[in-house]
Design a protein around this ligand. Structure first.
Ligand code: ADP
Length: 518
């Protein structure tokens, strides 16, 4: 085993250097350490287990969830002259037997196996005596029921490993960084003192823009008109809205297709292929679209709605600019997006604990949207990765908007909440501050409070944005309460709120003015 990783990289892949993080991961593996590597989509995970597979004696088994993804990878490896094969449900009996023969004769360095195939007795009896250097688990978050893509078949992996005569190095790769998922991967796969790497999350070529806009359609149409000849994806929260945006663009003769879980498999596949092959330029889709899609020239991703977590957001914008060329990501935000996502959590998740976690993730996404600092820095921090300076390639860094002192308005909101005594939702607080004659307000006698109507000059939407911004900056807190009709959020004061009231700290927000467009 004297072949150097870098030699393999240049000999087979034709690349001259490793990307940030790849080399350390590879070194851990060839030093026989288990590894958990968290890298974003497009970050170059495959090389991290493929290069060690070629350095080490014996065979590497790669477990991967998607048949199409496996085929692409194996085809690519074969075209580079690497002995690789796959076992999944697409093989005929004859083909399967042929592969088993070849395993018997030690013909492969890499064998991709679908998790469903791991308990085939024939396969296990054959492979358990072979020299297996590494079992690499791609998309390892599929093993966790906390993950966004839980696959029960992944639970077969630990059993499979136990049945082998000798325990190989076990390596796990994922783009999902949440603590719960990370914990599950380590414990369910029984990784032995793994080296854990969180790396490569920074995608410098993506510009990150968050636009708080109430005229999303206008923005979208202008944007598309200005980027006509480029490939782009529009992510939308619901199937219904995918349909309506798709129809709208089709009517205007744009080269557009659509993708969501309500379309049958055939159509989804056809639409996806057209997009990948550049037969159509724009894909309008829900978050069902994108896993495993290796299209390099996606120049922009627009989020028509705020996604439900920073993980989802980063994964989705990560589909832009895989060729390394500058690409633009725009998130169009209105406070209504928060309602939509809450509704989707409410109807989509039964388990109360999962629901609570999802709400927390949603709140972190909302906090990001309302934050003033470098968006990239906040996102990288979220994933445990770091950025030293601000990026100068996100709308917060590039926004010349001036910082405005909002202490007085913040004090009005806080003292109103304090006077309302019990904890209420944003709508009620806004009603009181704007002096609404709503029955609920009158019933509670909130019209007697000195703070009743003190923010009449604010529009309801603006006041909502302001309160959300206070939350995002930690001057107020959101609590989720369980009620008979599901959970509902209320606003609560915290230590920071008290400091604002006592004039100990200032509340300063940056007013958005411009959003960069290429
Ligand atoms: P992931 O599995 O993390 O989504 P891939 O392994 O498919 O990402 O890698 C994404 C792209 O980056 C691939 O085209 C791959 O060949 C390329 N790539 C990976 N590592 C390097 C490298 N060191 N130098 C240049 N290109 C690389």
């Amino acid at each position: 085993m004297n072949i150097k990783p870098l030699d393999i990289l240049s000999k087979y892949y034709g690349y001259t250097s490793f990307r940030n993080g790849q080399e350390s991961i590879i070194n851990s593996i060839i030093n026989k350490k288990d590894v958990l590597a968290i890298m974003p989509t497009g970050g170059g995970k495959s090389i991290c287990y493929q290069v060690p597979a070629l350095c080490l004696d014996g065979i590497t088994i790669v477990i991967s969830p998607l048949i199409s993804l496996m085929k692409d990878q194996v085809d690519a490896l074969k075209s580079m002259g690497i002995e690789a094969e796959l076992i999944n449900s697409s093989l005929s009996n004859n083909e399967y037997n042929q592969v088993l023969d070849n395993i018997e004769n030690d013909r492969y360095k890499l064998l991709y196996v679908a998790p469903e195939r791991l308990d085939s007795i024939e396969f296990i009896n054959l492979i358990r005596n072979k020299d297996i250097s590494q079992v690499a688990i791609d998309e390892a978050h599929c093993i966790s029921s906390w993950g966004h893509d839980f696959r029960p078949s992944y639970k077969r992996i630990p059993q499979f490993i136990k049945r082998l005569n000798k325990r190989p190095i076990v390596t796990a790769f994922t783009a999902t960084a949440s603590d719960e998922v990370r914990y599950d991967i380590k414990s369910i796969l029984d990784l032995q003192e793994p080296d854990v790497y969180i790396t490569g999350f920074d995608r410098e070529n993506l510009s990150i823009n968050i636009v708080k806009s109430s005229s999303k359609n206008r923005y979208l149409l202008d944007y598309i008109e200005n980027h006509k000849n480029e490939s782009g994806i529009i992510y939308v929260a619901t199937r219904k809205e995918v349909e309506s945006i798709y129809e709208g663009l089709l009517k205007r003769n744009y080269s557009v297709s659509k993708y969501h879980a309500g379309l049958n498999n055939e159509i989804r596949k056809e639409n996806q292929e057209k997009f990948i092959n550049d037969e159509i330029k724009i894909m309008v889709a829900t978050n069902a679209f994108g896993m495993g899609i290796d299209k390099f020239n996606v120049r922009w991703v627009i989020h028509y709605n705020m996604p439900q977590s920073i993980e989802n957001y980063y994964q989705e914008i990560g589909r832009a600019g895989r060729d390394g060329e500058p690409s633009e990501c725009v998130l169009l935000f209105t406070p209504g997006d928060v309602h939509t996502q809450k509704y989707l959590v409410e109807v989509g998740i039964d388990n109360p604990e999962r629901k609570r976690i999802q709400y927390k993730k949603l709140q972190q996404m909302v906090d990001l949207v309302y934050s003033n600092g470098c968006y990239r820095k906040s996102i990288l921090n979220y994933f445990g990765d770091e950025l030293e300076d601000k990026c100068d390639n996100c709308s917060n860094c590039l926004n010349e908007g001036e910082v405005i002192d909002k202490t007085l308005d913040a004090q009005k909101v806080i003292s109103c909440i304090a006077r309302m005594k019990r904890s209420f939702g944003t709508t009620m607080i806004i009603d009181v501050l704007r002096g609404s004659k709503n029955k609920k307000v009158i019933d509670q006698k909130f019209n007697d409070l000195t703070t009743y109507g003190i923010m009449k000059n604010y529009g309801a939407e603006d006041l909502k944005t302001f309160i959300n911004t206070l939350v995002a900056h930690g001057f107020l807190e959101v609590v989720e309460n369980m009620g008979v009709r599901g959970s509902y959020p209320t606003i609560k004061l915290n230590e920071q709120s008290m400091r604002v009231i006592k004039n100990e700290i200032k509340v300063e927000f940056k007013e958005s003015k411009v959003t960069k467009s290429r």
